[in-house]
Ligand binder design. Structure first.
Ligand code: GLN
Length: 221
């Protein structure tokens, strides 16, 4: 098995913490700051920070189109906080849309100033209790039918999955619990397996219709 290579958007925000966690899990991490950095990545991380600043830098640095292409093509993405905002199809209190690949509507800074940061134990889909850390977090106020809810805190959806996109309003990279990052790696492995299978089928078809054509055509008797 070759090492998993993860591209981490590194223009602003909390990217180092994701990198540390993913390296500890055996992944190779590439910091993405220019288009040529997005080379043969198996997964992408969109970290927390300030979505408006990240969105602006992503465009200025020419990263927008290549990143969007990777996401649409099915490369697994782990997005946290500002990253979730960058993926959202709609932002309730902001006219901007960035990648717009995730059918959710989010409310930016949904918890107000007084409650700028807090911790809470949430039940995370298939993982059970997970200690969540929120920092000026958004929350999901609407979602498409095929978007799966992964965690709810105080009646608000705070983590979702949609196809190859895993997005959460909190910061799993700031705690010690790496189970969400492990789940992201499982998603990457599942996609790699699917792509390998497709490649094998294609190769077999290109080599003249599969194994039966390489067989001796004479009857067995
Ligand atoms: N409030 C930030 C935004 O609107 C997100 C905060 C975070 O990523 N911790 O982009």
């Amino acid at each position: 098995m070759t090492t998993i290579r993860i591209g981490i958007l590194a223009v602003q925000g909390a990217f180092v913490e994701h990198e540390r966690m993913l390296r500890a899990l055996g992944c190779e991490c590439v910091e993405l700051r220019k288009p040529s950095d997005i080379d043969r990545v198996d997964g992408l991380v969109l970290p927390g920070g300030e979505s408006s600043v990240q969105g602006m830098l992503v465009r200025q640095l020419g990263l927008f189109e290549p990143l969007r292409r990777e996401i649409v093509r099915g490369t697994p993405v782990l997005a946290t906080c500002a990253g979730m905002i960058l993926l959202a199809e709609k932002i309730r209190n902001d006219p901007r849309v960035y990648f717009g690949t995730l059918p959710i509507e989010v409310d930016r800074n949904a918890y107000g100033r007084q409650l700028a940061s807090f911790r809470k134990t949430a039940r995370f889909d298939r993982l059970g209790d997970f200690e969540t850390i929120f920092i000026r977090a958004p929350r999901v106020v609407k979602k498409g039918d095929d978007v799966r809810t992964l965690a709810v805190v105080d009646d608000a959806i705070v983590a979702v999955a949609f196809r190859n996109q895993l997005a959460m309003a909190f910061h799993p990279e700031l705690g010690r619990d790496d189970r969400i990052h492990r789940r992201f790696i499982s998603l990457i492995n599942a996609r790699r397996d699917a792509l390998n299978l497709e490649r094998q089928k294609r190769d077999a078809a290109e080599n003249g219709g599969g194994d039966e054509n390489n067989a001796d055509p004479r009857p067995l008797s």
